[in-house]
Write a protein that binds this ligand. Sequence first.
Ligand SMILES: NC(=O)C1=CN([C@@H]2O[C@H](COP(=O)(O)OP(=O)(O)OC[C@H]3O[C@@H](n4cnc5c(N)ncnc54)[C@H](O)[C@@H]3O)[C@@H](O)[C@H]2O)C=CC1
Ligand SMILES: O=C(O)CCC(=O)C(=O)O
Length: 415
Amino acid sequence: MTKSNPFEIAQKQLDDCAKILNLDPGVHEFLRHPRREFHVSIPVRMDDGSIKIFQGYRVQYNDALGPCKGGIRYHPDETIDTVRALAAWMTWKTSLLGLPLGGGKGGVICNPKELSTGEQERLCRGYVDMVWQNIGPERDVPAPDVYTTPQMMAWMMDEYSKLTGSNNFGCITGKPLCVGGSCGRSDATARGGMYALREAARELGIDLSRATIAIQGYGNAGSYAHSLAKELFGSKVVAVSDSKGGAFNPAGIEPAEASSVKAETCTVASIPDAKRISNEELLELNVDILIVAALENVITKENAGNIKAKIILELANGPTTPEADEILFNNKVHVIPDFLANAGGVTVSYFEMVQNIMRYCWSFEEVYQRLDERMTMAYQGVLAASRQYNINMRQAAYTVAVARVVDAMKTRGWV
Ligand SMILES: NC(=O)C1=CN([C@@H]2O[C@H](COP(=O)(O)OP(=O)(O)OC[C@H]3O[C@@H](n4cnc5c(N)ncnc54)[C@H](O)[C@@H]3O)[C@@H](O)[C@H]2O)C=CC1
Ligand SMILES: O=C(O)CCC(=O)C(=O)O
């Protein structure tokens, strides 16, 4: 099976939306491509004294609604097309949530698991050295994504501050609390997803306190989804997985156990008393809710028909291909699409920017309440559009988000 190109998928999704909105062909073509992108070579002094060159990218997809915003991914399989797709999805995400921000994304081809702490720090500073003139609070504000951490954001913020000669905390989000981070950013992606899930369950008449859940991916998004599903709803998580495989226990898996096993063995697959399963098997389990929280293209036309969950919460970006979307819609599986489901992260990143610029420090309660309001409003808006046009939830999210970006472009006189 050939691996689908995420940017071609993002473009196909936009093409479907252009038809529904009857978009002007020129406007449609403009939105199919990033406005600007940077390709950089980053020299890093390795611990053995050698110099290694890493390839990096920053894509600024569209900034009609405000400065670009989006994470930086470190991954050995990173490609420019993955970054382009992620930057496009960021554009629709910030728009859908009503944030005064555009969409961007960054990436570096590397495996941080193979780098020492010192090498990671030099790579983070080197990345900023290459892009600092093109980012910043008024231009483009990066954040964490797959295999990047709050500590890395702190090094990047520090490098940017040194280069600009001021304490520029608002240049990057997802920072640790002691250097301008926000309460609630660490679990924001999963928490926002839980608020959307609560709305969907209410709509479908599913009692979350009795629901069973399987979670693919056990990093920032997936592990917090596990603990929050238990804390907020009392749901039973029966399966979890990461890049090394999965574990299934119909009696339920405790978040504390999964986290401690992962800390000790580097994988959740070795949880005792659980059956080892593959990532593919996890997707097809007989559960009420499937949470995908790893990478792109995991739900495809090959496996979509075998999915038994009633709700899919897409905390990952781009986990479902367009062919799979059609199958899921026909099978009445309620998909909470990525740029709605995982928008909690960028929403609290936006709160972090606001606090940095205004020198505020909001409490956890203030952050949770503001996040809940935005996620609930976004979910209800998408549901209403899906009913109005009889389209799936992803197409509905696109219609709301793209219309706002087009309106801003027209008002600014771009098109
Ligand atoms: N961290 C954030 O604030 C946000 C993250 N996302 C998305 O959520 C997804 C996960 O990101 P994070 O949790 O931040 O990353 P992370 O780096 O904290 O964790 C990634 C997890 O995915 C697992 N994984 C990697 N390859 C896998 C595979 N082939 N099969 C199964 N599991 C695999 C890893 O083992 C790890 O547990 C990504 O799609 C990311 O773009 C979306 C919005 C915000
Ligand atoms: O927090 C942010 O600014 C963006 C997070 C991100 O990369 C995403 O939502 O995919």
